[in-house]
Design a protein around this ligand. Structure first.
Ligand SMILES: C[S@@+](CC[C@H](N)C(=O)[O-])C[C@H]1O[C@@H](n2cnc3c(N)ncnc32)[C@H](O)[C@@H]1O
Length: 259
């Protein structure tokens, strides 16, 4: 997936340092894109277009007219704080990762849940279908200046893959990964409180099917967890054994234990 396109434009912030230019050029070569100096970018981008920017701190963002998408650990910090204090978090409790588990996060997005899971697991493979999200998050995980020790360690346990999970899961052998987690875009998004708003522009909106779930169960050793809102129709289309979540948030984690 990574080298599929010639369309990606890589540039820098205004008045870049030499190392920013070198990194933008390197990324353009690596991902079959084009390096364009910042002052000329406008000529190459239309109203709907976007471009990757190597920022002054060497992080990577995606920018478009009126908006940008950049990596940050999002809700993971507050979630870990709450979990440490209360011993309670539906994501961690439903996934129940142990220190020797390999977890497949099929919908990596910002990677904030992957970061939390990685704190408890041996390794997380994060899959993201949208190339801009994949690249910004991949670079972010590598270069972000985390202040928390647990985040530094957890970020090093995550490997990120740019693929559609519907293809990717079908490549795995039976029982080859401990836990599979899938958090597709909600059918009924909560735009007001969502930390995900910046990635909506790029997101893959595939519908999760029972056939996909069967594949996830086939490749998992321990369990499969699906996240969706309680009002989403997904719960009428797929079978899960147990649902966990709070009525207040309306977020449900459906769990299928592997027999
Ligand atoms: C709701 S977000 C996941 C948020 C994530 N759990 C986090 O902590 O940031 C869903 C993400 O999965 C991606 N996605 C949706 N369907 C996909 C598919 N079929 N294959 C790969 N990625 C997919 C979307 O592009 C989006 O970035």
């Amino acid at each position: 997936m990574e080298n599929q396109s010639m369309k990606w434009i890589f540039t820098t912030s205004h008045k870049p340092a030499k190392q920013q230019v070198l990194k933008a050029q390197h990324l353009a070569t690596k991902y079959s894109g084009r390096y364009i100096s910042r002052r000329h970018v406008g000529k190459y981008i239309d109203e709907k277009g976007f471009y990757f920017v190597v920022e002054k701190d060497m992080s990577l963002s995606a920018k478009w007219k009126g908006g940008s998408f950049f990596y940050h650990p999002s809700i993971s910090k507050i979630k870990m704080k709450t979990y440490t204090k209360t011993g309670h978090d539906f994501l961690i409790e439903s996934i129940a990762p142990s220190s020797d588990d390999k977890v497949l996060d099929l919908t990596m997005g910002l990677g904030s849940e992957a970061l939390l899971i990685a704190n408890f697991a041996k390794e997380v493979i994060g899959v993201e279908g949208a190339f801009p999200t994949y690249l910004v998050v991949k670079e972010g995980l590598k270069n972000y200046k985390y202040k928390e020790n647990w985040m530094i360690k957890a970020s090093k346990k995550i490997k990120i893959i740019n693929n559609n999970y519907k293809n990717y899961i079908r490549l795995f052998k039976d029982n080859s990964i401990d836990i599979v987690y899938c958090d597709p875009m909600f059918e009924n998004p909560n735009y007001k409180s969502s930390s995900l708003n910046p990635l909506r522009r790029f997101a893959v909106y595939d519908l999760l099917t029972q056939e996909d779930i069967n594949e996830m169960v086939r490749i998992s050793k321990k369990r499969v967890i699906i996240k969706a809102r309680d009002i989403d129709s997904i719960w009428n289309r797929i079978k899960v054994e147990k649902k966990m979540g709070s009525k207040r948030s309306g977020i449900i984690f459906g769990v299928i234990e592997k027999k």
